[in-house]
Design a protein around this ligand. Structure first.
Ligand code: NAD
Length: 509
């Protein structure tokens, strides 16, 4: 038992200590807890505390007090903290990556890539003085000026999924904090440690206590964040059913909500594409992070007559992939939990039963890792049709489905009909076809010969249809907009010439 790490909340700049708390909830007695696994060994490595309603209320109280001061801290001082945080995160990113691999299972290089993409958003947020600049119009009427300003919304809740335990929270909190808000993060209970280390980095960077808080837990914590009047905005990322729930309930309670949901990303390959590059891209984007990426390619739509050739190139590349412990130089790690591995494997069974052709079967993989790890090897299906569950559902595992079509139009129609619209890619050497695709496809993020088109931090990330509920995408200028509210000021500095009574509606003169 002594090897089991105890993981708890981080509130008001401190690791939560139930003994010092004066709360009514069960956190002071026996907290509810969840198991944290090392997916590569299948062993329980940690126990994470689950917050009660009272603990969430306490975190909101702490954050509200801290935000009142932080919003009045000058941009110069706020930016200094951001720069300091950037330096610490950059210097210690390997530590964050190691925690990600230990609890999520993705290979170390991939975990490091995740932290680096999050770091980009921190760097973007360092430019907040420029991003918050308003506009000014002199003399809109005689002696009257008008200007606009943007102010923080207050306390922002961020609820994140297991698959990017560092990057997804970093899509939001650097901008929220830079803009003068306090944040409460409710990370996934499956890999809760990376965000606690990040909380320590903020403390070291000089962020005032209470501006960055972490509350671990489950639906109890999430529901309290959704209903508490002290929460101004909610940024959620996770499965579509929960995203819809968050959006409906958060907006009903008067909150600003951006809720990013699931995905089924299609890669359309035209016959003129370089098939070697397309095969590399399909393998990288299909099986990287064991397919547990919201921008993973899971549906490969191939315009005939090149499907046989492309499938052969993909399957030969798949034989080279090493599945195993993410700390030991593998290409692909385990899935996050045994339950998730079994769910993904059940889709492989379903594909076979529904009549798809199983080209590569990952159900009994050769792995370099412990026998009890949550393993599933890369899997490839051909002859998948739109009515099959392996095409319709988000599988979120290393399963790639090939759908053969006769034309660009047929492929496009398929993509546009799907319920998800997160990311998509086209592989072609025809600039006109690519341009037509970017215009016609109903998806939020598009790659042209780029399989995982995650926008850089100064653009915004987000899908269409059931992949995003709300009006605002993550980071970039849309992120700045989400975490601030606009005001417009009409001002006149009085002198005696401005006197006189006039009950008419003000007009510009
Ligand atoms: P999830 O929906 O199970 O969990 C997400 C968060 O919601 C977690 O913090 C979890 O604790 C909480 N939660 C779970 N059940 C809840 C409930 N009943 N009520 C309230 N809160 C609840 O998602 P996951 O399995 O952690 O992550 C995988 C999903 O996230 C996939 O669907 C993936 O596509 C999606 N995702 C989307 C994006 C995107 O940008 N669109 C990015 C990353 C992940």
């Amino acid at each position: 038992m002594s090897d089991i790490k105890q993981i708890t909340h981080h509130i008001g700049g401190k690791v939560w200590d139930a003994k010092n708390a004066n709360l009514a909830g069960q956190d002071t007695k026996q907290p509810r807890q969840g198991d944290v696994f090392n997916p590569a060994t299948g062993q329980i490595t940690g126990k994470v505390d689950f917050a009660s309603v009272e603990l969430v209320d306490y975190a909101i109280e702490v954050a509200t007090k801290a935000q009142a001061q932080w919003r009045d801290t000058s941009l110069a001082k706020r930016t200094q903290v951001l720069f300091a945080f950037r330096e610490i995160l950059n210097a210690r990113k390997e530590e964050v990556a190691a925690l990600i691999t230990a609890e999520h299972g993705k290979v170390l290089s991939d975990a490091l890539g995740e932290v680096t993409r999050g770091l980009e958003v921190v760097e973007f947020a360092c430019g907040i003085p420029h991003l918050l600049k308003g506009s000014y119009s002199e003399g809109v009427s005689t002696d009257i000026d008008v200007y606009s300003i943007r102010q923080p919304v207050g306390v922002s809740a961020i609820i994140s999924p297991f698959n990017f335990p560092a990057m997804v929270p970093m899509w939001f909190f650097p901008i929220a904090i830079a803009a003068g808000n306090a944040v409460i993060i409710k990370p996934s209970e499956k890999d809760p440690s990376p965000i606690n280390l990040i909380a320590e980095f903020w403390k070291e960077a000089g962020l005032p206590d209470g501006v960055f808080n972490v509350v671990h837990g489950d639906k109890v914590a999430v529901d309290r964040l959704l209903e508490h009047p002290g929460i101004a905005s909610i940024s959620f990322v996770g499965s579509t059913s929960i995203a819809r729930y968050i959006y409906e309930n958060g907006t009903k309670n008067g909150k600003r909500v951006q809720a990013l949901g699931g995905a089924k990303n299609h890669m359309l390959v035209l016959p003129d594409a370089d098939l070697d590059l397309a095969a590399d891209a399909a393998v990288n984007a299909g099986f990287g992070s064991a397919g547990e990426r919201c921008m993973a390619i899971s549906a490969l739509v191939v315009v005939e007559p090149v499907a046989d050739e492309l499938i052969s190139k993909i399957s030969s590349r798949m034989t080279q992939l090493k599945t195993g412990d993410g700390t030991k130089g593998s290409d692909m790690g385990p899935l996050v939990t045994a339950v998730h591995r079994d769910k993904v494997a059940s889709y492989v069974d379903a594909g076979v039963n529904e009549g798809a052709r199983l080209v590569v079967d990952g159900r009994n993989p050769q792995v370099s890792g412990a026998a009890d790890g949550f393993w599933l090897g890369p899997t490839l299906f051909d002859q998948v049709t739109p009515d099959m569950s392996i095409y319709q559902d988000e599988i979120f595992g290393p399963v790639l489905s090939v759908i053969r079509v006769k034309s660009y139009e047929e492929g496009l129609a398929l993509i546009n009909k799907h319920q998800y619209g997160n990311g998509t890619a086209i592989f072609t050497n025809d600039g006109g076809a690519a341009r037509r695709f970017q215009n016609e496809v109903q998806v939020g993020m598009i790659g042209i010969n780029v399989p995982i088109p995650v926008p850089t931090a100064y653009y915004s990330f987000g899908g269409w249809k059931n992949s995003l509920f709300g009006d605002t995408h993550a980071h970039g200028t849309e992120g700045v907009h989400f975490f601030t509210r606009g005001k417009v000021v009409t001002s006149r500095w009085l002198d005696p010439s401005h006197g006189g009574i006039n009950l008419g509606f003000p007009q510009n003169r």
